[in-house]
Design a protein around this ligand. Structure first.
Ligand code: G4P
Length: 286
């Protein structure tokens, strides 16, 4: 595998986030509810340090509800306040403000005891590309305000977005890099669209995902593609490739000579997965 964790990128991103951290009271760590571990930057604890943090499991509308509950429990056990949200549809968004109040209660009490009027807390959203940072900023702001662009260094002048009287949000999120030298993490990131399709062979991604789907969501797979008698486990890549071939045949993904075009079949599977057509699913468990 040729993908690397670019230390230069990461150092720069880390420095930029650390600059922003000086300005804020609370960090929203945005994760993809379908891949909460794989969409997490492994240096996040080091980067955020002691700043109060709220873990937001975004795209919960696409994730398996029971799995999301298990992940929430997992993060809470690590001492992290956690909330499942759907930044697109708005679910869970109204719970953010009460969670912030809870997390910052000691700070607020300190301000009051010093005779100060507590000001609206300032927040920064951090997360890897495509996890929904801009969508969340826009949702919180109630308008299309967020700056997009996933490259560190393209940040324009920083501005605060006032959200009611209860929050001020930095308009540019902190962009973290995913770490995917573990192939399984790379496949999960590719499957959810967090990394570009060109980075990993799409057939490999599809076969990896098929193995997970066959063991955890077999019914959904059978129903969507009219398959029957799928084995309980796909023990290896050739077994998964056979299922991919069946999907390709069902969907008319054919190359010359009646052969199945595996890349096309993989594309069908991944599009269905990403758009929720295979139902709500989570690709890893705590
Ligand atoms: P980013 O700033 O972190 O890079 O992510 P961004 O907000 O641009 O969101 C990436 C994609 O994820 C967008 O899809 C967005 O609509 C979608 N998205 C964000 N939050 C949610 C959510 O809670 N649920 C669902 N289902 N989707 C969400 P897009 O514009 O269609 O982009 P793409 O899918 O074509 O990449």
């Amino acid at each position: 595998m040729t993908i690397q964790w670019f230390p230069g990128h990461m150092t720069r991103a880390k420095r930029q986030i650390e600059e922003k951290l000086k300005l804020i009271d609370i960090v929203f760590e945005l994760l993809d509810a379908r891949i909460p571990a794989s969409s997490r930057n492994p240096m996040i604890d080091e980067i955020v340090g002691a700043k109060p943090r709220l873990v937001l499991l975004n795209k919960a509308d696409l994730a398996d509800e029971a799995a999301t509950a298990a992940w929430s429990g997992h993060f809470r056990a690590l001492g992290l306040e956690t909330l499942a949200i759907d930044a697109n549809g708005g679910r869970g968004i109204s719970d953010i403000a009460p969670r912030i109040r809870h997390l910052l209660r000691e700070q607020t009490e300190r301000q009051i005891s010093k005779g100060l009027r507590p000001r609206a807390p300032r927040a920064l959203i951090v997360g890897i590309p495509n996890v929904g940072k801009s969508t969340l900023i826009n949702r919180l702001a109630g308008r299309s305000a967020a700056a997009t662009g996933d490259r560190p260094g393209v940040t324009k002048g920083q501005q605060w977005i006032r959200i009611g009287g209860s929050l001020e949000l930095l308009d540019t999120p902190g962009i973290l890099w995913p770490k995917f030298d573990d192939p399984a993490v790379g496949y999960r990131l590719a499957a959810t669209g967090a990394i570009r399709d060109e980075i990993l062979p799409v057939e490999d991604v599809a076969c990896f995902i098929l193995r997970h789907l066959a063991s955890s969501y077999r019914g959904a797979l059978e129903e969507r593609y009219g398959l029957s008698d799928l084995p309980q486990e796909l023990p290896d890549i050739p077994a998964a490739a056979e299922v991919l071939e069946q999907i390709g045949r069902r969907r008319g993904c054919l190359a010359g000579g009646g052969q199945v075009d595996y890349a096309k079949a993989a594309g069908v599977l991944l599009r269905d997965l990403r758009s929720g057509k295979l139902g709500r699913l989570t690709l890893e468990m705590p």
